[in-house]
Design a protein around this ligand. Structure first.
Ligand SMILES: Nc1ncnc2c1ncn2[C@@H]1O[C@H](COP(=O)(O)OP(=O)(O)OP(=O)(O)O)[C@@H](O)[C@H]1O
Length: 303
């Protein structure tokens, strides 16, 4: 189990994280979300032991994670961290980068493991290409494979798919998160993308104003978004009578007391997002078809 006990940290005198507490069971996935600058990457670096805490303690099982004041070499064998800036060796091949920390003692096993990892990140055809010739997204996939090579007990991922295009993202997410679950690897992921979180995370924590403001399952927080910050992570929403109402909760009906005037339609693929005026305020709702500008519609709010 990972235990984060009342940790606080600031860069110089600037507080970033205050009194952070949470736990993650072995094999579980936790997501860290929050606005840009809320301290997600800082928290991952502290979990990795890259910086010294101002207060509190972090434990992985019985081992206390300590920073550079206590350790000559940053990091622990049981933990891998894939940062936003992945630090690869540009002049050797993809396969050599992935196998860099694998033992040469059993060359056949090493090659088989590299093949398996290339398959997970869908880079088999690039095995013999030098990393300097790859795109940003391909480099990110090499970094992920390299982090997995020695089967860490815990994997820290900072925006793991930020450089990867939408064609590859879906299958890569499935491959990676399913692999981690199957191999009982604990995963902590900082993300801006609900697609990383909703289907795969057991719990998510929300950082705001230096603190954890929510710690629950993604399903619970999606269904009970207590603050606009949490709702905005999941999608378009409205504040109506001080209540958070997602755009998908508002429906057009034949007659109702709630009357709005349509201002604009946005094509979203399976539906249109409609911008409308409701008693002087702008609201958004979803509809199967576009609705012409200035048309008056009757709306209901679904629970
Ligand atoms: N080395 C540093 N020295 C001083 N301040 C820093 C340093 N690294 C980060 N910060 C500041 O700490 C705050 C938190 O940064 P952090 O990178 O942890 O945020 P984040 O939530 O990961 O953001 P993003 O989503 O944009 O990656 C920011 O205000 C940032 O400017």
């Amino acid at each position: 189990m990972l235990q984060v006990k009342d940790i606080s940290f600031g860069y110089l005198k600037n507080p970033i994280l205050q009194n952070i507490n949470f736990e993650v069971n072995s094999g579980e996935h936790l997501s860290i979300i929050g606005e840009s600058g809320s301290g997600k990457s800082t928290l991952l670096k502290l979990l990795y032991g890259e910086m010294d805490l101002n207060e509190g303690q972090i434990f992985w099982k019985d081992t206390e994670i300590l920073g550079p004041k206590h350790n000559l070499v940053v990091g622990y064998d049981f933990m891998k961290y894939v940062a936003q800036e992945f630090d690869l060796m540009p002049f050797i091949t993809v396969a050599e980068n992935i196998g860099k920390h694998l033992s040469n003692f059993y060359p056949e096993e090493k090659q088989a493991r590299i093949k398996e990892l290339l398959d997970i990140v869908e880079l088999t055809e690039f095995a013999n290409i030098k990393v300097k010739l790859l795109s940003g997204g391909q480099k990110q996939r090499v970094a992920l494979a390299r982090a997995l090579a020695n089967e860490p007990e815990i994997l820290l991922l900072d925006e793991p798919f930020s450089h990867i295009d939408n064609f590859k993202k879906q299958s890569l997410r499935r491959n990676l998160f399913n692999y981690l679950k199957d191999h009982h690897i604990t995963c902590i992921v900082a993300s801006h993308d609900k697609e990383d979180v909703l289907p795969y995370s057991d719990t998510m924590i929300v950082l705001d104003n230096h603190k954890i403001v929510a710690n629950h399952t993604p399903k619970y927080l999606f269904e009970n978004p207590e603050t606009p910050l949490i709702a905005s992570f999941f999608g378009e929403f409205n504040m109506i009578d001080d209540q958070i109402i997602y755009a998908h909760q508002i429906q057009v009906v034949e007659h109702s007391k709630l009357k709005a005037t349509v201002k604009k339609c946005y094509f979203k693929g399976p539906y249109f997002l409609i911008e409308a005026n409701l008693e002087g305020a702008t609201i958004f709702f979803e509809n199967k078809d576009c609705i012409e500008e200035n048309k008056k519609v009757s709306l209901v709010i679904k629970p």
